[in-house]
Write a protein that binds this ligand. Sequence first.
Ligand code: BJW
Length: 276
Amino acid sequence: MRGRLAIDGGVCTIGRMTLEAEIAEAARLFDGAQLVAVASGAGISKESGVPTFRDAQEGLWARYDPQQLATPEAFRRNPDLVWSWYMYRADLVGAVEPNAGHYAVVELEELFPRVVVLTQNVDGLHIRAGSTDVVELHGSIRRFKCSANCRGDPTIIDLSAIEYTGETAPPCPYCGARVRPDVVWFGEALPPAALERAFEVASRCDVMLVVGTSGIVQPAASLPYRAKQSGAAIVEVNPQPGGITPIADVFLRGPSGRVLPRLVAALRARRRKQTR
Ligand code: BJW
């Protein structure tokens, strides 16, 4: 944070700065921005009821480590276990709604000429909220493909056209290999077009708003570093500092569902003042 204070949703004990003052400072960094990138992670969906990746899991899944399940080796070893976990999560994601944080990101499109969301999330909530330019770096939990890529990468499979249950990874209708979710597991390459676009946006953006990511999973965690190197201002929103915080120009400590709407309100107020 380079000597700045992190404010905890209220009055800061040292320096007496409020979160409001930090938000005003963050808003100033957006002045004149043409391209705003929003780099989001699991935290932005937490207030929708989607657990973050590194949260303790609940119920049946509490005894499994997500990092052990989100691998090609786990799927090879026990495809039905991994399939059931993804079916459980896909159902959960289908049952929740975008929250105030997702909608605040959509509102940025009224304020800046270009806004691109670079998300590590597989839940599709940015798109459902209405963001129009979303790069899904780690795929989508609601899309499925052949695990053998039998017809070229990726062979997308329409689940509604085949018989399946929540317990057993069904066979690919073309080659019989197992069907898997179209997400990126550890050790797998990210979709090349998405990755290329993300680094291009990171290199060109004026501001990168980093929301709800621990900033430890590569290559997504390098995007804010690329943006910083290329001269962008970095504004981070998170209840906890993480891997990106050392390069954040302003760190807004708090849940994104509460902080992002306040940031958008400050951006609107600043815009009104400037156009008067
Ligand atoms: C809130 C909040 C609120 C809470 N409001 N915020 C050493 C160095 C460099 C790299 C590596 C290395 N060792 C291994 C690697 C590679 C590896 C990696 O980075 N590992 C790290 C763990 C070290 N990376 C890969 O393997 C990637 N592929 C790759 O490198 O390929 C190379 C290759 C090239 C060519 C050919 C072949 C290979 C792939 C990474 C894929 C990650 N996939 C997952 C699963 C996706 C599917 C699924 O969802 O199941 O993606 S893992 C998981 O982590 C998921 C997430 O998208 C990702 C990031 O997590 P995220 O979003 O940051 O969530 P959390 O839970 O970590 O943090 C939540 C945050 O929210 C916290 O900060 C909270 O404080 C905050 N929060 N409440 C706002 N209300």
